[in-house]
Design a protein around this ligand. Sequence first.
Ligand SMILES: NC(=O)c1ccc[n+]([C@@H]2O[C@H](COP(=O)([O-])OP(=O)(O)OC[C@H]3O[C@@H](n4cnc5c(N)ncnc54)[C@H](OP(=O)(O)O)[C@@H]3O)[C@@H](O)[C@H]2O)c1
Length: 264
Amino acid sequence: MTCPTEDAEEREPGTPSARADAPRAALITGGSRGIGLAIARRLAADGFALTLSARTADSLADAAAELRAAGASVTTVAADAADPEALAALLDWHARTHGRLDALVLNAGMGFGSPIDQTPLRRLDKHVALNFRGAFALVSAALPLLRATAAVERRGTRVIALASLAGLTPEPDLAVYSATKAAIVSLCQSICIEEASTGVSATALCPGYVDTDMAAWKHDMLAADEMIRPDDLAELAVSLTRLSRNAAVPTLPVYRAGGRLVGA
Ligand SMILES: NC(=O)c1ccc[n+]([C@@H]2O[C@H](COP(=O)([O-])OP(=O)(O)OC[C@H]3O[C@@H](n4cnc5c(N)ncnc54)[C@H](OP(=O)(O)O)[C@@H]3O)[C@@H](O)[C@H]2O)c1
């Protein structure tokens, strides 16, 4: 297969170009711990240059120091992934620093449970703002660079979004979280459909309970060592970046062995 090339003269004004000579690059939200950091480690080991983002500068600095000690090229940007202006600045930083975007990992997320009739609308608004609106804003802004990178990279480029099994089959008391993750599943399908000709595709990773800070509240009912490992998600994420551009994987459920094959 020949790799499409981008003719600078044919580019529309404002369309970014991508650096064919730079290492493959990934931008990861929520990259300072948990699943995001596990994905960062694995992508760095595969040669990706990284932009890591999260709200807390200190934990980002710790994560970056660990990755650099292992030889990774990492920059960090503290940003709230619910704030579209902060996300625009994050993307701009990534584009100027790395010159290309091969993998956009939409990982930052939140989840607080309550029955539907005891869920204040402000809780719904916070979930939507981070889990869906922020993710949508970042993808929307990043698509020109993802397309430009796909034009110079034979494997194409990928959006990898952390949804959840709850986005496929809602769990009790997680109606709002489940709905936002279902929206992410739908968004990844839309990206695959709309971007089919550009070399950009998207995958909603849909795991059951993963042993991270976010799932610690569940330990009374489910031991940490029975949960999916963050490294399992990292292994899947890096595998997606190794596929040819001809393979689209819009949804990837990851069940806990021994668990129900629906829900967690
Ligand atoms: N753990 C599970 O069982 C599980 C299962 C299915 C899906 N998921 C999904 O996987 C993703 C990662 O979860 P995790 O378990 O790895 O969580 P985690 O261990 O709690 O880590 C969350 C990461 O996101 C960052 N973050 C949180 N709120 C943010 C915000 N508003 N803006 C920017 N960054 C933010 C955190 O750093 P700061 O706090 O410093 O911002 C941290 O780096 C989430 O989308 C989650 O819904 C998790």
